[in-house]
Design a protein around this ligand. Structure first.
Ligand code: FE
Length: 222
């Protein structure tokens, strides 16, 4: 299989106190790991086995008989993206091109934060919240369950897991507190800037799997 095991681009306790070590351990080693293992088991020995992750998602999304594979593969990609959308001592003011784009689109970063939180609060049940580049403009979008911007033609810039397993240990059912913590303490604006630069410089943009960080945490055996 061509798809590498997921990596966490920081240590489990590096996002404290916004997200606890326990949350990261369970989320990374149990939730993403389960998706990765199931995806791997379903494609092993099939023609899908040789596909890179992004292509596997696009191919299986077009075939209703393969939607189970698609869901697990999309969750592997979504979680990869989510890990890279956060960093220790992140959040706060967005500098550089992404900051300028936010102010151009929303008037101020405060108004963007308000709309980002409203989108999270308005999303019923499990899913994902994204800041994407769509047709030359920023948009805030949500996807249901394992939905991913990869198959919508959007270029994801930041992604936030809205499944309760992402925040329940730390914030219980207070999704708004979790989104606030993301914006104030975790958001990786440098990553968003790199994604935005790729998006505007590539005519046929195909969102890629985030690059492993310098010191990734390898997926451990269960
Ligand atoms: Fe998750």
């Amino acid at each position: 299989m061509n798809i590498e095991s997921p990596v966490l681009p920081y240590n489990f306790s590096d996002l404290e106190p916004a997200l606890s070590r326990d949350t990261l351990v369970f989320h990374f080693l149990r939730h993403q790991r389960v998706c990765f293992d199931r995806m791997q088991a379903m494609v092993r020995g099939t023609q899908l086995e040789s596909l890179p992750l992004e292509e596997l998602i696009r191919v299986t999304e077009r075939n209703p008989a393969q939607h189970a594979v698609c869901r697990y593969a999309a969750e592997v990609w979504n979680h990869d993206f989510y890990w890279h959308s956060m960093r220790p001592k992140g959040g706060g003011t967005a500098n550089g091109p992404i900051g300028e784009a936010l102010r151009a689109r929303y008037g101020s970063q405060e108004r963007f934060a308000r709309e980002f939180k409203e989108a999270a609060g308005g999303h019923f049940g499990s899913g994902w919240l994204w800041l994407v580049w769509r047709g030359g403009a920023l948009e805030i979008v949500t996807t249901r369950n394992a939905g991913t911007p990869l198959v919508r033609g959007d270029v994801a810039l930041l992604g936030l897991d809205l499944w309760e397993h992402a925040y329940y240990l730390d914030h219980q059912n207070r999704r708004n507190a979790y989104v606030s913590a993301f914006l104030e303490e975790l958001a990786n604006w440098e990553f968003a800037n790199r994604r935005l630069a790729e998006a505007v410089s590539t005519l046929d943009e195909r969102p890629s799997r985030p690059r492993p960080a310098d010191n990734p945490v390898r997926l451990l055996a269960p």
